[in-house]
Write a protein that binds this ligand. Structure first.
Ligand SMILES: *[C@@H]1O[C@H](CO)[C@@H](O)[C@H](O)[C@H]1NC(C)=O
Length: 202
């Protein structure tokens, strides 16, 4: 009985492992990611260089500070790995002539979906950064000429690229919480956040 159970467990785990490792990766040429700390692979750390005391970021996987708000890999790293693509370089960390054809990460820790103007106008505690979703989109637009040359080339390239927009919006809510807004007031901002995510995605 025991042996059967052990066999069963081994078989099941082995089977699942096979399924996972044999997943036929979709033929994405590149990944472009937008978001906040959940998926920032180094933009914030480049803009605001971390202090020595910020270890152990990266300690369990990279063994050195990796620009991530994590001791290991982020979900976006696993997504890139699963599609056989390199981990995304951070936009602000790109070096001249770097090959970016397999994707770039525009996510910025602390980023909000809505622009800084919104928080200032509403007299809220401002977010930690003004690198909102639309600023990240502007970065992408600025980079576009170095990704593809003409409409047809760009269409083909972006058609086979994976675009991830978010998670983002959590820091918008945080700004309201820090400003002592109540649940009803928090709810009011949700449609605005969603609208902005839709706009940028479109
Ligand atoms: C963000 O704020 C900085 C000053 O802290 C300013 O230099 C920069 O132009 C602002 N960026 C945007 C996109 O508003």
């Amino acid at each position: 009985m025991k042996m059967i159970i052990i066999f069963y467990i081994t078989f099941t785990c082995g089977f699942l492992e096979n399924v996972i490792s044999n997943v036929n990766p979709l033929p994405y040429e590149a990944i472009f990611n937008f978001g906040d700390s959940i998926s920032d692979t180094g933009n914030d750390a480049t803009y605001y260089p971390p202090m020595d005391g910020d270890s152990p970021y990266g300690s369990t996987y990279f063994k050195h500070p990796s620009g991530r708000m994590s001791n290991g890999r982020l979900i976006i790293d696993f997504i890139a790995e699963a599609y056989g693509l390199p981990m995304l370089p951070a936009y602000l960390n790109l070096t001249k002539g770097q090959d970016i054809r397999q994707g770039v990460n525009f996510a910025f820790a602390g980023a909000t979906a809505l622009n800084m103007d919104y928080f200032i106008q509403k007299k809220l505690i401002p977010p930690l950064t003004n690198i909102s979703l639309s600023v990240q989109l502007d970065w992408f637009k600025k980079l576009k000429p170095s990704l593809c040359k003409n409409k047809q080339e760009c269409d083909n390239y972006f058609r086979s690229s994976l675009f991830l927009v978010g998670e983002i919006g959590g820091n918008d809510i945080n700004a309201l919480i820090l400003s002592y807004k109540n649940i009803a007031e928090l709810r009011e901002i949700v449609p605005l956040i969603i609208e902005e995510i839709i706009n940028v995605t479109t």
